[in-house]
Design a protein around this ligand. Structure first.
Ligand code: ADP
Ligand code: MG
Length: 711
């Protein structure tokens, strides 16, 4: 097809300069919006499936780079890779559970090894790829030679032979070759593609313009083209997040909660920190308190994420904000995901403010009805200013008189709806439109993910641990000799007056099974290894009262060893506990292991964590090497690669066509920076040169992302 613009004098092709300066209503631009045809209903359905519904979409359909293909023997678990293989056998697996996606499994080989490849949702592949078919597969390699295929295409090439142009991801009914033919036919239209990025921005970041990007992408210079398109989509996401944040900051009002005016009297919060708090704040805590109190002094709602290492002391920061609300005549609420944690917070808050006369209430699912009624009355009338609780706080009949500060602890454990349910309660008769919200988490989010998923929150980190904390030494163990030594080591600690946790294997399938395993281990250890000591058991199936009693006796030192499931994962604070044994540690995720380990090393004594699991596990090796939760989160993301993002995608957060995380982290940083610069100049993207960008952001909004906090 000839895409040369017509009716412009001599009909000579335009220079690049002219093309890029072309106005949006460029006559031939319609060509880009046209739907390419592929001949045949099946092929057109395949094109629909791949989203190739316009010439522009077709031109943005980049090939996979063949030159990056790897041999099976060099694959590393957790990694994204392309391989060129031959099918040996292939079959579909019957689907047992309803709602589960159909699977096709193929045994594939290259000259260096064998893979068990899994294809999702494409039962027809069994017929399409009979034994002997050569394939290019892209996907992620997992342990034990398993390969999850994310895209695939047949190839006639010899195994290992690379070629200049890569292979286009195909679909049923539409082959890579057909796609290539269509792209050849329409490639001329690439020159007409209007570039959404302003020329100034492209120059500054040395980005090629869109027409040359598309041309390059289909003629062997794939990576620069992919990067430019990845930059675009990351930029759209960041622009969207930053604009939303700005809009919220302007439009929504919250009660300003300033410090007491100088001259009148000392500010009660400052006074509390200086005179009553039983310890000195760490530098990070001081900074966080300052930032948070600064936020809530303004008339727009705070939306801040406080990310802090386990034991870094986030609660004090939260309490400072809560007390500032009370000092201004408002109410504050802290919500935790479990009853154990809410109980713990309730106790901690009281310890942290010995001299304060502000009463705190506890509201959970186990609060007796009469007590609950009394509490609800006092919250509604404003008699009660501070409340700590679980989901019980967001029930319909819980009303506040003047709620101004909301703290959500371990926020990732709540759904979006639960997290924001408290906000609605702030709009009471005397209240303002929205409260100030502090989201807290001890699961550090790598910066890449934070920018994507929480880009519209302000983030503060607490990295420093309070003084006098001892680092935890972590040892990996396996086999009977290690086991005997581990128990001896624990007995040594116990004889020295310390306490221990034994964490039982995670049983994903059922709480009941986990409980049974923990009970059996408790019996065995009581009778045998720790016969001379006092043991207690805690698991999720016990009644709240029994759980609370187990925790109390352990905290009081009446019990030496606590045999537990992961119910102790968060919030449990017993400084005298110095040793933890984790069974089947390979079943836990890295962040969960780190949370568990955070239960020890909380006092003045050196602590040790012993993990039983396979010696070769990369995850466990990383766990024993690093004590820093932020570092572990980065490692985790690397080991899991896109899997993590797939998880995010399922939870509706982000899906990219070109960007690959975490590899494109640096590109993301640049996109964030550019988004900032653009909005500083033109907050509404109203300038003429930004209109195409604004349209692109709006178009991308539906497909790219959804953020965690509603606008
Ligand atoms: P996390 O950040 O894990 O929620 P917490 O707020 O529960 O941590 O604090 C852990 C423990 O450390 C608590 O017992 C708390 O009282 C104590 N703590 C907090 N800050 C300090 C500090 N600056 N110095 C000493 N101890 C502190
Ligand atoms: Mg905490």
């Amino acid at each position: 097809m000839d895409y040369t613009p017509r009716g412009l004098g001599d009909g000579a092709p335009l220079s690049e300069q002219q093309l890029i300066g072309a106005p949006l209503h460029w006559p031939s631009e319609k060509a880009l919006a046209e739907r390419p045809t592929f001949g045949g209903r099946k092929a057109n359905e395949g094109a629909e499936h791949l989203g190739l519904i316009s010439v522009q979409a077709l031109l943005e359909h980049l090939p996979r780079d063949r030159r990056e293909a790897r041999t099976v023997a060099t694959l590393v678990p957790g990694e994204q890779a392309t391989v060129v293989v031959e099918v040996r056998s292939i079959s579909s697996r019957p689907v047992r559970r309803r709602g589960m996606r159909p699977l096709v499994e193929a045994l594939v080989v290259d000259e260096t090894g064998t893979l068990q490849a899994t294809f999702f949702n494409q039962p027809w592949l069994v017929k399409k790829y009979p034994p002997g078919t050569r394939l290019v597969l892209h996907g992620s390699y997992e342990a034990r030679n398993r390969f999850r295929v994310s895209s695939h295409a047949p190839t006639a090439d010899e195994i290992g032979a690379g070629d200049e142009v890569g292979h286009y991801p195909a679909a049923e009914g539409l082959s890579s070759t057909q796609i290539l033919a269509a792209i050849r036919e329409h490639l001329g239209a690439a020159r007409l593609a209007p570039d959404p990025l302003p020329g100034r921005l492209r120059a500054r970041h040395r980005l090629p313009d869109l027409p040359s990007t598309l041309l390059a992408g289909h003629s062997g210079q794939l990576e620069p083209a992919r990067q430019r398109l990845a930059f675009d989509e990351l930029l759209y996401v960041q622009l969207d997040l930053l604009r939303r944040r700005a809009r919220r900051a302007e439009a929504v009002k919250a009660p300003p909660l300033p410090a007491a005016q100088e001259g009148s009297r000392a500010d009660p919060v400052d006074e509390w920190i200086e005179q009553q708090l039983p310890f000195e704040l760490t530098g990070d805590q001081q900074r966080a308190v300052e930032v948070v109190l600064g936020d809530i002094a303004r008339g727009h709602p705070m939306q801040r994420l406080l990310m802090g290492e386990v034991g870094s002391g986030k609660t004090v920061v939260a309490l400072a904000a809560m007390l500032r609300a009370v000092a201004n005549g408002y109410q504050a609420a802290l919500m935790a995901p479990t009853e154990t944690l809410a109980n713990q917070h309730f106790a901690t808050l009281q310890e942290l403010m010995p001299g304060q006369t502000v009463p705190v209430a506890l509201l959970t699912g186990s609060t007796p009805p009469a007590r609950r009624r009394d509490l609800l009355g006092k919250l509604a009338s404003g008699q009660l200013s501070l409340v700590v609780g679980t989901h019980a706080l967001i029930e319909d009949d819980v009303l506040f008189e003047r709620l101004a500060v909301v703290v959500v602890d371990e926020q990732h454990r709540f759904g979006v709806r639960q997290r924001t349910a408290l906000d609605a309660k702030a709009a009471g008769p005397a209240g303002a439109a929205a409260p100030h919200v502090l989201h807290m988490t001890a699961t550090p989010i790598p910066r890449t993910l934070a920018l994507l998923g929480y880009g519209d929150l302000d983030v503060t980190e607490l990295r420093e641990l309070p003084q006098g904390r001892q680092p935890v030494a972590t040892h990996l163990a396996s086999g009977e000799r290690d086991r005997a030594r581990a128990y001896e080591r624990i007995r040594e600690e116990l004889r020295g007056g310390r306490q221990a946790y034994v964490v039982c294997p995670l049983v994903e399938e059922s709480q009941a099974l986990a409980a049974r395993a923990a009970s059996a281990e408790y019996e065995r250890l009581s009778a045998d290894e720790f016969g001379d000591f006092k043991l207690a058991l805690i698991h999720g199936q016990m009644a709240s009262a029994r759980k609370a009693e187990a925790m109390r006796s352990f905290k009081a030192g009446e019990v030496d060893v606590l045999v537990a499931t992961t119910v102790i994962e968060v919030g449990v604070d017993v400084p005298n506990a110095t040793v933890m044994l984790i069974e089947n540690a390979e079943r836990y995720g890295l962040s969960q292991l780190h949370q568990l380990r955070g239960r020890i090393g909380r006092g003045e004594h050196a602590s040790v964590c012993i993990c039983f699991g396979p010696e070769k596990s990369q995850r466990l090796k990383a766990f024993s090497t690093w004590n820093d939760g932020f570092k572990l989160a980065e490692v985790d993301l690397q080991l899991r690669g896109e899997g993590e993002l797939t998880g995010m995608r399922q939870s509706g957060m982000a899906a990219f066509r070109f960007a690959v995380m975490p590899q494109d982290g640096e590109l993301l940083e640049r996109a964030r920076l550019s988004a900032r610069e653009i909005l500083e100049l033109d907050p509404e993207l109203a300038l003429a040169e930004h209109l195409p960008l604004r349209e692109a952001v709006e178009r991308a909004r539906g497909s790219l992302l959804m953020a965690t906090i509603p606008a």
